[in-house]
Ligand binder design. Sequence first.
Ligand code: AMP
Ligand code: TRP
Length: 357
Amino acid sequence: MYINFRRYYLFCQSIDFYSYRAKIKIDMNKNKKIIFSGVQPSGNLHIGNYLGAISQWVKMQEDFTCIFCVVDYHAITVKQDPKILREKIIDIAKIYIASGIDPKKSIIFKQSDIKEHTELAWVLNCTSARMSDLNKMTQFKDKAGKNQENVGVGLFDYPVLMAADILLYDTDIVPVGDDQLQHVELTRTLARRFNDRFGQTFKIPEARLQKVGARIMGLDDPTKKMSKSAKSELNYIALTDDPAKAKKKIMKATTDSDGRVKYDPKNKPGISNLMTIYSLLENTEIGVIEERYIGKGYGDFKKDLAEVVAEYLTNFQKTYYNITNTEIEKILKKGAKKLQPTATDLMDLIKKKIGSL
Ligand code: AMP
Ligand code: TRP
């Protein structure tokens, strides 16, 4: 794939922006749109991450130029043990591949391998992001809790680094779960502000959510999203959970006392969440599931779902445990090497635009 196009752009600034873009797109992998997304190497990746985000990446590989990042500099916005962080970085890349991301089709890399991510974040901090923008970010409020004055500045600034990740590669589409929507909206705002002030520079990206599954809820509390930092292990099914353990978690999942397998997220959030998981893993319509369980109870449904989940995990883990760390290190290095010229060229252009010679 040839994606070093910024140098070309520097010679073409007099040409209309969109016609230049069109030419670039032809250079770039047969005019395919660009996808960028990432996951933090922290906590245990769970089926919510898979169903809400990664599973849609897998489907996109055929039709788009896909870039998937292991966002290690996002992970250090909260305290990390260096030894565990190292392991988690490798782990996330293995999870990408075991989920079906093919390193021959998509680019997989580690954020900190390309210095331009933090460099661009700094420029956006100074030129585009405002305190009032970041004060609105609900994820910051959730993560900082009551302790806002004492958390690191990086946690507050986290969405600007995410914007830099996305904007650095002229991303068209950002496939994420719905908790990231606000961050993608902010990315669009920052890009527009920079473009207004310094002339057309960034492409305005769009978020893409799964129609079903953009928000998988916690098994122990279906009113809150499934989260890898949840206090109880019963909240989530980690992709690396032993299938027998996962089955038990499904059987223990919170449901209501009504007993009918009926999809009604508002009044029956527990069973509806389990039905969503079933529907996505089995590729079966919710309506078909409802019909299948008419006259049967939650016990029967949960037993079947437990089997479906266990089978998914067994297959996933077969690949996951077969990938070596050395293979992953090679894939990450190769990915960064492929992207580096694009990142360098964009930062050269931005430095020119802001007056850093
Ligand atoms: P994170 O685990 O916060 O790094 O999230 C990685 C990706 O998974 C992001 O695109 C999130 O939006 C998505 N995600 C995280 N939790 C869930 C959930 N409970 N349901 C659906 N998507 C999720
Ligand atoms: N902030 C995202 C999360 O916590 C991870 C992320 C970082 C990301 N950079 C990104 C997602 C760029 C999409 C695009 O889940």
